[in-house]
Design a protein around this ligand. Structure first.
Ligand SMILES: *Cc1c(COP(=O)(O)O)cnc(C)c1O
Length: 370
């Protein structure tokens, strides 16, 4: 039987043609495709600006830097995320303060954020875990009265909506990543979206070696990086964005196959989606019931992989990553909701090319192992 990969990009002739077309021009970087990708992306999200960068991680870093967050400052985020949503604060010498998740929605718990706020808190980074936008209204309320910035890590939530507004457009700024497992890909790439003109202008300068838009190529008024995204990547991103609705609908169709197939399975729990959110399906993650432990989960992952079914634990708690544990002294028990969840989650194969019979085969194997 064929192997079923965990993730797979949705690339058609449309994307291939778009990339080849750029290669036939002399503009491989800082060209018209970047400007067009940014314009269309901002339009899609409903923000005034979009700034294309080399990765989602670079997007997070540039926002922290642009807001002038550094040594002595604190940034609150969730330990149940991809490591970049915390690392971005460390890059600038700020302190990461974790707030545990809600055990049902798997997103950062606003009550835990409130308890973690100090006079040094400069930013909160809620993460839209697995495509569900975090419950932003209570978070924005906590932040606005205290002058704290809110950065949406929407890397997993392209196209999702919260009370009708698109992911990334609700707080001060939002970030997206375009690694090949995301809803749309540019190979590698990322995007900052914001309606704050100063933040957008600074991000443009910082991604391009500290240059100003109207300055010379060898004029560097501030310390910057090379976090640019090439026009080749941007052309791919544009072609993907044009197909976004089709891709998201395909992902939703596959998610519904799983939900239907597993509807009567009491040993597997799902992320609770709050009423205010229209989810954008990023992955299909199930949580084993409490009777199963991490060893059971890991054994099942190995056995599924042996049978050609791509799967993974997802996420591993950030605070227990060796670097965080060694550097900051975190231990097991520090964030119990995250730990109980992360010990039992399994990401199953999820992409638009999956068929009903693939989903049936995956679920049959999984249920046999349960
Ligand atoms: C993918 C992702 C990122 C960014 O990843 P890059 O590989 O740097 O593009 C950041 N945060 C979360 C939650 C992600 O899933």
């Amino acid at each position: 039987m064929n192997d079923i990969p965990l993730a797979r990009p949705d690339i058609t002739q449309h994307e291939i043609d778009a990339v080849v077309e750029v290669l036939q021009t002399p503009n491989l970087s800082l060209g018209p495709k970047m400007a067009e990708f940014e314009r269309r992306f901002a339009e899609y999200c409903g923000t005034r600006h979009a700034v294309a960068v080399s990765s989602g991680t670079a997007a997070l870093h540039l926002l922290i830097r642009g807001y002038g967050i550094g040594p002595g400052d604190e940034v609150i985020t969730t330990p149940f995320s991809f490591v970049a949503s915390a690392n971005c604060a460390l890059f600038e010498g700020a302190k990461v303060v974790f707030a545990d998740v809600d055990p049902e929605t798997w997103n950062i718990d606003p009550a835990r954020i409130e308890a973690a706020i100090t006079e040094r808190t400069k930013a909160i980074i809620p993460v839209d875990v697995f495509g569900q936008i975090a419950d932003l209204d209570p978070i924005l309320e906590l932040a606005r009265s205290r002058g704290i910035r809110v950065i949406e890590d929407s890397c997993e939530a392209l196209g999702a909506r919260y009370k009708g507004q698109r992911a990334g457009s609700i707080a001060d700024a939002g970030v997206f990543g375009f690694y090949p497992n995301k809803q749309i890909t540019t190979g590698e790439g990322g995007m900052i979206v914001t309606s704050d003109e100063d933040a957008a202008r600074l991000a443009c300068s910082h991604r391009n070696q500290g240059r100003d838009t109207n300055g010379g190529w060898l004029a560097h008024p501030r310390l910057g990086y090379n976090y640019r995204l090439s026009d080749i990547n941007c052309a791919l991103g544009l072609a993907q964005l044009e197909r976004a609705e089709e891709i998201l609908a395909g992902r939703k169709r596959v998610a519904e196959m799983y939900l239907k197939r597993l509807a009567d399975e009491p040993r597997l729990h799902r992320q609770r989606i709050i009423e205010d959110v229209d989810v954008s399906w990023f992955v299909f993650v199930v949580r084993l019931a409490d009777d199963y432990g991490p060893e059971d989960r890991d054994r099942m992952l190995t056995q599924l992989r042996d049978r050609g079914i791509g799967c993974s634990n997802y996420f591993a708690p950030i605070h227990l990553q060796p670097f965080y544990a060694n550097e900051f002294g975190y231990r097991e028990g520090d964030f119990p909701a995250t730990e109980a969840l992360a010990a039992r989650t399994m990401a199953l194969p999820f992409h638009t090319q999956l068929t009903e019979s693939d989903v049936d085969r995956i679920c049959t194997e999984l249920q046999r192992l349960l």
